[in-house]
Ligand binder design. Structure first.
Ligand code: ADP
Length: 541
């Protein structure tokens, strides 16, 4: 296992100058590079301040099964990378069917024989709270590890994602002792009650774009309801889940309740989805893989499945609002997290009356976007996650150009190391172009023109996806009309990407099945049992 302090990594950091002393934890000034339009976009002035990085060490690279870190059954490992450079930062146990078997047996035993499902809900709640406190204590280190392995801006990880992670576990700790059934008025002859019981062993497969947040969305409700878990992380980002799973055990979680297996989708992921002893499956990822896991679940033991999949969310800018604010919000809706959000506002529909001004300002905003080393203060955009995604994004940009959309800015790679993509804006985008239909998952904004509300409703809904939508208007009638007409699981009005723990999230159409977060997430992890007792003992008893 390659445990390394980030300080040593930073002395070789891609876009930091070489003035870092060996013991220094400071990132220093980056070298800006000037590209087209005379705009300095890479490590720009806004990003030259130094940022102290907390010391972070990669300590956990093995599977966590039954409370112990263990090697893969096969002894194999796979590399985890730093997307700033593509360098290997750790070798992680590579799970396959045998590791999943071992993890499922541990989770099964912990469910059938262990204390967790039978523990008083108050005790469960206290363990979740203790865990949240521990994460809060280690949050600088966790944010640094998340950035190191994922490439997202450190400030985003530290200031929004870690606090949201903690909030999610506080929220689910609050639910643990408030989950109960009903007394049902039945036929007058029977006392009928419902028991809300945990389902059993939950299999959870998560993606790489928000490794910690996805962990929290899935693990929080499953544990609050008393289930046990086998979680498979994405092969690109295995590190932070292992770290927090370790903290969970420090907080008093019994062994076997939460097992974390690293590995690839078609091996470890498929083994989990098709396992006969897994009682429920929750998946977040692409729509294509969602179809595969749904089929695996159906063909094995018909386990219930929740899916949170792709999106092609419309962001609708009406003619009545403040254009500067609309530009900023639409920019955020698309470019946040390097554009690697399933709900990204990736079709920016703009009313024809304000289209030209909006376009000009959006282009300027994209050119001002600060791209660079995600550990540097002021950096808004880090690298894409890996070579595969990076190439995919560049292919979509090529397809936009080939289909005669107008490339307003960007369109290429930044630097010559790592997976940095120029913030890219296309105008004159038509509904049937690939860039308006497919999920690009990168920093590529497509701007489309519309004339009236009826037209934009039809066009916004003309997609196989239905995860989210954004509406920008001051007019309450327009807002009401759009929020009701858009076929999407979330509609953000004059805001975007608001993700509180209590707000349900999930998709219409091919964006998924079911809802996560909020009260709605609990049903995914509960069985309802009806218990029927005669009000009077029958004569024969
Ligand atoms: P992406 O294409 O963005 O990597 P995926 O949907 O392929 O998204 O991956 C999301 C998660 O699904 C990851 O944890 C990945 O390992 C897993 N996965 C990929 N293929 C399969 C599969 N055939 N069966 C089960 N899980 C899979």
């Amino acid at each position: 296992m390659a445990a390394r302090r980030i300080s040593s990594l930073l002395s070789r950091a891609v876009y930091a100058s070489s003035s870092i002393g060996p013991a220094s934890l400071l990132l220093s000034r980056g070298r800006g590079s000037v590209r087209g339009n005379g705009i300095k976009k890479f490590s720009t002035a806004a990003a030259t301040e130094e940022l102290i990085i907390p010391p972070v060490q990669i300590s956990y690279t093995k599977h966590l099964i039954n409370g112990q870190f263990v090697d893969a059954a096969s002894g194999k490992t796979f590399p985890a990378h730093d997307p700033r450079s593509g360098e290997v930062i750790a070798h992680v146990a590579e799970g396959d069917a045998e590791d999943i078997n071992r993890a499922v047996s541990a989770a099964r035993k912990a469910f059938d024989e262990g204390p967790w499902p039978k523990m008083s809900p108050y005790e469960r709640s206290r363990i979740l709270l203790r865990f949240a406190d521990l994460v809060e204590k280690h949050s600088d280190e966790l944010a640094a590890l998340e950035t190191w392995n994922n490439g997202k801006p450190y400030e985003q990880a530290a200031k929004s994602e870690l606090p949201l992670f903690v909030r999610l576990f506080h929220y689910y700790a609050g639910w643990a002792d408030k989950i109960h059934g009903l007394t049902v008025p039945a036929d007058g002859d029977h006392h009928v009650q419902t028991l809300h019981e945990p389902i059993g062993v939950a299999g959870q497969i998560i993606p790489w774009n928000f490794p910690l947040i996805m962990f929290a969305w899935k693990v929080g409700p499953a544990l609050a309801c008393g289930n046990t878990i086998v979680l498979k992380t994405a092969e690109q980002t295995p590190l932070t889940a292992l770290y927090v799973a370790k903290l969970f055990h420090e907080a008093g979680l019994p062994p076997g309740v939460l097992n974390v297996v690293s590995g690839y989708g078609p091996t470890a992921g498929a083994a989990l989805a098709s396992h006969m002893d897994v009682d429920k499956l929750a998946f977040t990822g692409s729509t294509d893989t969602g179809k595969i896991v749904l089929e695996l679940a159906a063909r094995s033991n018909l386990k219930p499945v929740t899916l949170e999949l792709g999106g092609k969310s419309p962001f609708i800018v009406c003619e009545d609002g403040d254009i500067d604010k609309a530009v900023e919000l639409a920019h955020f809706a698309l470019f946040f997290n390097q554009g690697q959000c399933c709900c990204a506002g990736s079709r920016t529909f703009v009313h024809e009356r304000v289209y030209d001004e909006f376009l000009e300002k959006s282009k300027k905003r994209a050119l001002r976007r600060v791209v660079g080393d995600p550990f540097k203060k002021g950096v808004e955009q880090g690298p894409q996650i890996d070579e595969e995604q990076f190439q995919k994004v560049l292919r979509y940009i090529r397809s936009g150009i080939d289909s005669n959309a107008t490339l307003e800015c960007g369109g290429g790679r930044l630097g010559n190391k790592g997976y940095f993509v120029e913030p890219t804006v296309f105008s004159d985008v038509k509904d049937d172009m690939l860039i308006a239909q497919d999920e690009i998952f990168g920093p590529v904004q497509s701007i489309l023109k519309f004339k009236d509300i009826d037209e934009v409703i039809k066009r916004a809904n003309a997609t196989r996806y239905g995860l989210a939508a954004g509406v920008f208007t001051k007019n309450i009638n327009t807002a009401n009309t759009l929020t009701r007409a858009l076929r999407a699981g979330t509609v953000w009005v004059n805001c975007f990407d608001v993700f509180d723990a209590a707000i349900p999230f999930g998709g219409y159409k091919m964006s998924g099945i079911g809802r996560e977060k909020g009260i709605y997430s609990l049903n995914n992890y509960l069985q309802v049992k009806a218990v029927v007792t005669p009000l009077k003992n029958p004569a024969w008893l």
